[in-house]
Design a protein around this ligand. Structure first.
Ligand code: FNR
Length: 181
């Protein structure tokens, strides 16, 4: 039975290149089962709502809790990760003491059409995840020049990126097994 990985994509737009990378990565990583988790519908975190949490929060927390591991794909917004993704991280971290992130093995892949590959987003996200006790694969994944890697239909056409993602998938699969062992 393959381990299940909740995939959280930090862009909610239809043509997101981060989501394309997520799909390509999942296809190149046969040893894990990937489940994409929706974040676009999550109401902004507000501690006042916690006494009667919104249904979307409850669903999101359940989906993360049910997964063996978590994978984050993030674009970079102004040298950090998008607010919609920060909101999802925050929603999952509460109520205090019931964080769904705690102890779950994870990995971060940042994606950008630019040359720096979302370095700033990657490391800001890592900072939050370290605080939340997500044991992160240290191996880094910065996917730069990302628009040029896919064809019109969203298929990954760059061989060296495919090779990189396959290797990253193998490393993540081994990491998940090691943490859960
Ligand atoms: C960006 N973009 C961007 N790119 C980058 O490499 N570094 C950055 O700091 C930023 N900042 C930024 C801010 C905002 C508000 C937007 C909307 C965009 C460009 C970004 O990488 C590009 O739009 C990607 O296509 C976003 O990822 P998705 O939606 O394609 O997954």
């Amino acid at each position: 039975q393959p381990r299940t990985v909740a995939v959280i994509v930090g862009s909610i737009r239809k043509d997101s290149v981060s989501r394309k990378v997520a799909k390509a990565f999942a296809a190149l990583t046969p040893g894990l089962t990937f489940k994409f988790v929706q974040i676009a519908d999550l109401p902004h975190f507000d501690q006042d709502l916690e006494s009667e949490p919104p249904a979307e929060w409850v669903r999101f927390r359940k989906e993360i809790a049910a997964a063996d591991a978590v994978l984050f794909l993030t674009p970079e917004y102004n040298r950090s990760f998008p607010g919609v993704l920060k909101n999802a991280v925050d929603v999952g971290s509460r109520p205090y003491g019931q964080s769904v992130w705690d102890g779950k093995p994870g990995a971060v892949i940042s994606v950008s059409p630019g040359a720096i590959g979302g370095f700033g987003a990657n490391h800001h996200l890592r900072q939050s995840l370290v605080f939340l006790n997500v044991p992160l694969l240290s191996k880094e994944a910065y996917i730069g020049g990302a628009y040029a890697l896919f064809d019109e239909s969203g298929e990954l056409t760059n061989d060296s990126t495919a090779e990189f993602l396959r290797g990253y998938g193998a490393a993540f699969t081994a990491w998940v097994e090691r943490i859960l062992a």
